[in-house]
Design a protein around this ligand. Structure first.
Ligand SMILES: *[C@@H]1O[C@H](CO)[C@@H](O)[C@H](O)[C@H]1NC(C)=O
Ligand SMILES: CC(=O)N[C@H]1CO[C@H](CO)[C@@H](O)[C@@H]1O
Length: 229
């Protein structure tokens, strides 16, 4: 190896450490570590009864907030557990999977929605690669679990939303309809490219209102009930 090869290698490693969507990485924040610990506790207490895992970021976490009535009505009695952490990107989900959150869980179904927090940092191609890495990680932890991969929800304005659409286009191809299933929520959540259905979103244009969670549940129900049967 000459000097420049070494330098290039070090630079590449440096970039990887700065965060690649497909490489597991923790977040160096006390509240996040506490949330992770809370999820480890949840797993320890309930692993045997966990049939459905909702895995994702704040939009998933919101099932315990704006979505809690819908959750109570439709998911609590079907042994569903929330593994959403606000602000998470694909690499953080990978880290959580690698660090015990799904240990000894033998779920039937994982509902996965992730990627929107990567958008400011990574290209749609790299984000899709990160989501693929999550599908692989889930397979090695729970080979029998099906995965319902959901589209990344629309974002405003149009230039961000077209990145979302690019991600969706890539990740929709990961479905094999044997283990991985794809459900596109786009047309239910947006009027047209870059224009969300306003009543489904909070004023930040990212998170969902209760109506948003109702819509999510309604659109997902036929696939969901089939996959947990
Ligand atoms: C997790 O469980 C441990 C041990 O029972 C407890 O000390 C800790 O407070 C719990 N942490 C969270 C965040 O729930
Ligand atoms: C499969 C797919 O492409 N799904 C959505 C995300 O983006 C496309 C545009 O590329 C939209 O048409 C779909 O709604």
């Amino acid at each position: 190896m000459n000097f420049f090869t070494v330098l290039a290698t070090i630079t590449l490693i440096g970039l990887a450490q700065a965060g690649s969507p497909w490489i597991a990485e923790p977040r160096n924040l006390d509240w996040w570590k506490a949330r992770h610990q809370g999820l480890l506790n949840q797993t320890k207490l309930h692993a045997a009864e966990e049939k459905v895992i909702f895995l994702g970021d704040s939009i998933t976490e919101g099932w315990s907030n704006h979505g809690k009535n819908v959750w109570k009505q439709h998911y609590e009695n079907r042994h569903s557990f929330n593994y959403g952490i606000g602000g998470d990107r694909t690499e953080h989900i990978l880290w959580r999977i690698a660090n015990g959150e799904l240990e000894n869980v033998n779920a039937k179904l994982v509902v996965l929605m992730i990627g929107t927090n990567n958008i400011r940092l990574h290209s749609s191609k790299d984000i899709a690669k990160g989501i693929h890495a999550i599908l692989d990680a889930l397979y090695s932890k729970m080979p029998n679990a099906k995965v319902l991969l959901l589209s990344v929800l629309p974002r405003q304005p149009e230039n961000i939303d077209s990145i979302v659409h690019d991600i969706n286009k890539s990740i929709s191809q990961y479905a094999d309809n044997k283990r991985v299933f794809w459900l596109d929520l786009t047309t239910n959540f947006e009027v047209t490219l870059g224009l969300e259905k306003a009543e489904l979103f909070l004023p930040d244009h990212v998170h969902l209102t209760e109506k948003g969670y109702q819509m999510w549940q309604k659109v997902m129900e036929p696939t969901f009930s089939k996959l947990i049967a």
